[in-house]
Design a protein around this ligand. Structure first.
Ligand SMILES: [Zn+2]
Length: 565
């Protein structure tokens, strides 16, 4: 690290903390900054190093780093080589940096069949693509389910709000029919969790249901039209598979059988005690207190699924802690390495490679630079640091789900996860967003670290998106592990940069290195991440969920996974 570079970065960081008036006369603050780092940090991240990592990872030669492809494997080997160069210990399988993640891809084979039989014995066949779309099954190439139908409203069970949509209903051995989503009055992150098909099918399976049919709400149909689902039928879904090659799915006893359209729902509701229109109207109210009831018909659902094995890997490194006792515990720093691969419908001559420069070569490059900080520090962290570059995020948080279920370190000793996903490094950010910060004591480390670096911590600017449940850290949350998801904020041009990125280059070949990437901002982002991790690694007590927090109560009632044992 050269002196000039260091000074430039230090002054840039300092200007963030001084009053705006001082920024006009920077001579004195800059001179002072040259004497010592302004942050109290012993680490000065290198913009050039981050640029170098991003240049490799977002190159066309990686072909978009899709999980299960050669491009991803090359990127994974690059990350492993960087760990090796830094002297980071291998923490994958059998003394290597790679944790094998066996994948299973699956998609509907053909149209399937869905037939209703009324009390009078008359059969009605629902129409593929008009009334229903079949769901692919990870665990069964052929599946046939026949049972009476019970409508269960939203199918939401939430003890914290005293809500049980199954109250008074017997669904044992039945196929449940549920509205997608959850009522709008529920806090957005909690709603995202409660409305997830995984959560809902888990509740259905607990009550003995043997399958799930989903119908849209009126507003849901507007947001995600049924026709879009039809257009996506050929797309592969991906999960991980276990040692017996069985695809991992939640609540396999109550599989998702089909998505029903509003037209199909009208057929399901023939002869129902409440009309579909009344149900849909009630569903739009904030409380959405839709009452369930048995439907008049039974259904037979027959499905065929095409199943294919694929291979990928997470890249895992460990920086051993210095404290004889605390080093058994780990602070995980995660970032997904995979992206969405090649644009299949590109026109001749058009750019076909989804480079994923900011999604998430930027996060992985930051992770590698933070690792360098920990390797070079004179004051080693007390807890151990795990560096985790993940596969399959774009397939539905698959690599993180695999690691969180089968960690290569002791699960009960994972103290926290700090996740980086899609930091939009296109402007000199002055604030960060830490999704989930208010839910556990990890939030305090974020607050202190941000203050040391001179950036603000802003509240979630997109609460409707429920982003806390939408990146890899959430798989750790589901195992009871406190976690935050760190992103650059909306101040100082951030909102425009973020929304423009989403509109133009997000999941598009334009997300490449031709964007005006601000590597000074990238270095500052690495410093924030480093400081958060350092505080989490050195704090006397491991992080705990805040008392009464929704996710803490759901996944770690005793505060963290070790205490729960
Ligand atoms: Zn993405």
């Amino acid at each position: 690290m050269s002196f000039t570079r260091r000074a430039a970065l230090a002054s840039a960081a300092l200007l963030m903390v001084v009053q705006p008036a001082l920024a006009a006369t920077p001579a004195k603050p800059v001179a002072a900054a040259q004497k010592k780092a302004p942050t109290g940090s012993d680490f000065v991240p290198s913009p050039e190093a981050i640029k170098a990592h991003m240049s490799f990872l977002a190159d066309d030669a990686m072909e978009g780093r899709e999980a299960g492809t050669r491009g991803y494997d090359i990127a994974a080997n690059y990350v492993a080589a960087q760990y090796a160069l830094l002297g980071v210990k291998p923490a994958g399988d059998k003394g290597t940096y790679l944790q094998r993640v066996p994948l299973l891809a699956f998609r509907p084979a053909g149209e399937g069949a869905l037939t209703l039989t009324g009390a009078d014995g008359a059969a009605v066949a629902l129409k593929y693509g008009e009334d229903y779309l079949p769901n692919a099954q990870a665990q069964a190439a052929d599946l046939s389910v026949e049972a009476p139908l019970v409508f269960v409203g939203y199918g939401v069970v939430d003890a914290t709000r005293g809500r049980d949509d199954y109250a008074g209903l017997d669904v044992k051995g039945k196929i449940v029919v549920m509205l997608s989503g959850a009522p709008s009055s529920i806090q957005t992150e909690e709603r995202a969790h409660l409305s997830s098909p995984n959560t809902k099918r888990t509740e259905a399976a607990k009550r003995g249901a043997i399958g799930v049919l989903t119908i849209p709400t009126t507003s849901g149909e507007k947001r995600r039209p049924f026709a879009r689902g039809l257009a996506g039928m050929k797309e592969w879904r991906v999960t991980w598979r276990d040692a017996q090659d069985v695809g991992a799915i939640r609540a396999p006893g109550a599989p998702a059988l089909a998505q029903i359209s509003l037209a199909g729902a009208a057929k399901l509701f023939a002869g129902a005690p409440t009309t579909l229109d009344a149900v849909l109207a009630e569903a739009e109210t904030p409380q959405g207190a839709v009452k369930g009831f048995p439907l008049a018909s039974k259904a037979k659902v027959t499905l065929k699924t095409e199943i294919e094995k694929r291979e990928s890997s997470n890249v895992v490194g460990l920086i051993e802690g210095s404290d004889p006792t605390l080093k058994a515990q780990t602070v995980i720093l995660s970032a997904h390495l995979d992206h969405i691969g090649i644009k299949e419908d590109a026109k001749p001559g058009e750019d076909r490679v989804n480079n994923g420069a900011l999604d998430n070569a930027s996060g992985v490059a930051t992770l590698l630079e933070v690792a360098r900080g920990f390797k070079n520090t004179k004051v080693r962290p007390k807890r151990s640091i795990v560096l985790l570059a993940l596969t399959g995020e774009e397939k539905g948080l698959v690599g993180s789900d695999y690691f969180a279920n089968k960690p290569t370190v002791t699960k009960a000793d994972i103290a926290a996860d700090v996740n980086l996903d899609m930091p939009v490094l296109l402007y000199p950010f002055t604030d960060v967003i830490a999704f989930g910060a208010g839910r556990s004591t990890v939030g305090e480390a974020v607050t202190h670290a941000a203050a040391r670096v001179g950036v603000a911590v802003s509240p979630d600017p997109l609460p409707e998106e429920g982003l806390f449940t939408r990146s890899d850290h959430y798989r750790f949350v589901e195992q009871g592990i406190p976690a935050v998801f760190l992103m650059t904020g909306f101040q100082n041009g951030g909102e425009k940069a973020f929304t423009t990125f989403l509109k133009t280059n997000y999941h598009h070949p334009g997300d490449d290195l031709n964007q005006p990437i601000d590597y000074q901002a990238a270095a500052k982002f690495a410093l924030v991440n480093y400081e958060i991790a350092r505080e989490l690694a050195n704090a006397p007590a491991r992080p705990v969920w805040k008392k009464g927090d929704f996710f803490g109560a759901a996944f770690a009632p005793a505060g963290h996974p070790s205490a729960a044992k």
